[in-house]
Design a protein around this ligand. Structure first.
Ligand code: CTP
Length: 393
């Protein structure tokens, strides 16, 4: 997503400036070409050399050394990210003041601009800051954060710079607007459902949710409106994705049915528990008898009840006869595509960041993919979804 993109990173004078170094590094790792502009006060916190070393590029602080070159930079940018953005910089941007290289660049660019505030909570909540941010929002800039956390003063409050992962997600979201899924709604499910036995125990599986979250991110990065119906996972909600948290298969079914009414695609990456305890004990079950049998009842089949009129993609996690079993599921569930993965052996996808899959279609097609990251797998699945949508419309 970020490969070959020109990201101009504007760093301003906040204690959070050191976190912009990590952001710059992650952007470079993702293949972006990163150009850094700093306000003089930012250099009090982090030196230009830090950014020069991380990005292998020029770092511009001085307003009077080749201003035209700087305007050229604003023109070449695919996206401008001001992180951290202080109250002063936000005020300058709102009033169009070209007083330092960061405000000059934002004033001169036509690229999308992300502003990531970081300041004391009282400064953030001040009516002046709020009005300035509202002005920026109305002019089409994207405001990312701030978040609640520990501030420079040592107090907890709203004003902490968003996590680097969140800012990266926001950059992908902004760059992806207008992609080949723009104007489409995609529903994605993820994680292993939890079927309660009593207030403290449940039946579930090893699913980490990583595959579904990768599909949600990839769909967002292609411009889709994404709803992620997720069973509990340890993963952060991707920026720009609407999360619908659920626990049980029945709750997942309800959310999927509701969200699919106006969607164009459903990708069922969730590992839905096939059985649920026939009854859930209201109180914690006590350790008494030597053996205990749990009576289980089938859960609803979410895909079967999801409805029709949109592209339907299922997953098949198999421990034997991968392709044959997956093809049977493709047919019996009436899917457009099924993504088959072998859950045994060294390439087991559980909790892994990579996956090796075969994508099967209705026409008998079989696309065998090598081991790739789950995000790359997600993009390949969505390539097929886009093709199907193009045929259908
Ligand atoms: N699925 C579903 N509802 C269920 C079970 C599964 O919607 N109650 C979906 C999964 O999200 C997946 C696909 O159906 O996209 C296949 O899931 P899988 O567990 O492999 O298949 P099952 O239908 O449960 O078949 P089996 O247990 O026989 O392997």
């Amino acid at each position: 997503m970020l490969e070959g993109k020109v990201v101009v990173l504007g760093v301003t004078g906040s204690i959070a400036a050191f976190r912009a170094a990590e952001l710059a590094s992650k952007l470079v790792q993702a293949g972006a070409s990163v150009e850094v502009v700093m306000t003089p006060s930012a250099t009090e916190f982090v030196t230009p050399l830090t950014f020069r070393s991380l990005t292998q590029g020029n770092v511009i602080v001085d307003m009077f050394g080749g201003a035209l070159e700087h305007v050229e930079l604003a023109r070449r940018a695919d996206v401008v990210v001001v992180a951290p953005a202080t109250a002063t910089t936000i005020a300058r941007l709102a009033h169009g003041l070209a007083e330092d290289m960061v405000s000059v660049t934002v004033l001169a660019t036509r690229a999308p601009v992300l502003v990531c505030p970081a300041m004391d909570s009282q400064m953030f909540e001040n009516a002046a800051t709020q009005a300035n941010l509202e002005t920026l929002r109305q002019r089409g800039m994207t405001i990312v954060g701030p978040e609640v956390g520990r501030l420079a003063s040592g107090r907890m409050g709203l004003g902490r710079l968003s996590d680097v992962e969140t800012i990266l997600g926001a950059i992908c979201y902004v760059l992806g607007r207008g992609g080949d899924l723009a104007g489409r709604k995609v529903v994605v499910t993820a994680g292993g459902t939890r079927e309660p036995i009593d207030p403290v125990r449940y039946v579930s599986n090893y699913s980490s949710g990583k595959m579904g979250y990768a599909v949600a991110e990839a769909a967002r990065d292609r411009g889709a409106e994404v709803v992620l119906v997720s069973a509990p996972t340890a993963l952060p909600t991707p920026y720009g994705v609407r999360l619908e948290p659920v626990q049980r298969a029945a709750e997942m079914r309800d959310a999927v049915v509701r969200e699919c009414r106006d969607s164009q695609a459903l990708v069922m990456a969730a590992a839905v528990a096939d059985y649920q305890p026939s009854a859930t004990a209201e109180q914690k079950m006590k350790r008494r008898a030597k053996t205990l049998s749990l009576k289980l009842t089938r859960t609803p089949d979410v895909l079967a009840e999801a409805g029709k009129g949109f592209v339907r993609v299922g997953f098949a996690a198999e421990s034997e006869n991968l392709v044959a079993n997956a093809r049977r599921k493709l047919k019996s569930k009436g899917l457009d595509l099924i993504v088959a993965n072998d859950i045994t052996g060294p390439e087991s996808p559980f909790d892994s960041d990579t996956n090796r899959v075969v994508i099967l279609d209705r026409a008998g097609g079989e696309e065998r993919l090598p081991v790739m990251t789950k995000y790359e797998v997600a993009q390949r699945i969505l390539d097929r979804v886009v093709q199907l949508l193009a045929k259908g419309s």
